[in-house]
Write a protein that binds this ligand. Sequence first.
Ligand code: DC
Length: 238
Amino acid sequence: MKDITIAIDGYAGCGKSSTAKEVAKKLGYLYIDSGAMYRAVSLHFWRHNIDFENESEELIEELENIYIDFNFGRNKPFPVVTLNGVEVEDEIRKPEISAIVSQVSVHKSVRREMVSQQRRLGEAGGVVMDGRDIGTVVFPNAELKVFMTASIDKRAERRLAELQSKGIPASLEDIKANLAQRDHIDSSREVGPLKQAPDAVLIDTTNLNFDEQVDLVCKLAKEKIAKKSNKKTSQSRS
Ligand code: DC
């Protein structure tokens, strides 16, 4: 089977990460969560009291002290993000980090560094990476690009159900406001804004369930893999 690169971009809360994880598992590919990388940078700045509201010299210099990787341990269902060699999966999901990550990911220097680290992690192919600028900036030559969307009401309902299942109290209105704010910041930033690549397949998950989403992406991936295999075979014949 030929290894391809799969880029999944889209709005917050439309099921990108869960779909990407399951697709990677089914194809035997690596799953890389690029959002976790921006979260890890945010955690580093937060721990070191770096002013992340401005792109200061201090912030730019501090980027040299950040190395992000993923632990692909045998007992782990999915790769776990590490910051300078230490697992930070739980810390990066805390509300104080969620509250600052959009602001941190606006900075040019932060994006330049993350794009370079994302290319290092995905360069061998056989990877599913999800985020906001994967098909447009990180891997513009990815064989399969998917852009996921869903109505804001549906996204908010799903997020609420997810939080409630973890026993975390939340209101639908607050979730909706937070999603709308993140959509706005992600789509309007100057560098690497969230937008659909011209060659991306648009998938609206408003009326799809999880299995349908996964099946759809796997079907598209298998078509691309077959196409790549056929190309290689005909090249080796000629
Ligand atoms: O996917 P997530 O919600 O964990 O992402 C966290 C934040 O990181 C999100 O607010 C936008 C930012 N992000 C980004 O700017 N570019 C990416 N490729 C991935 C995430």
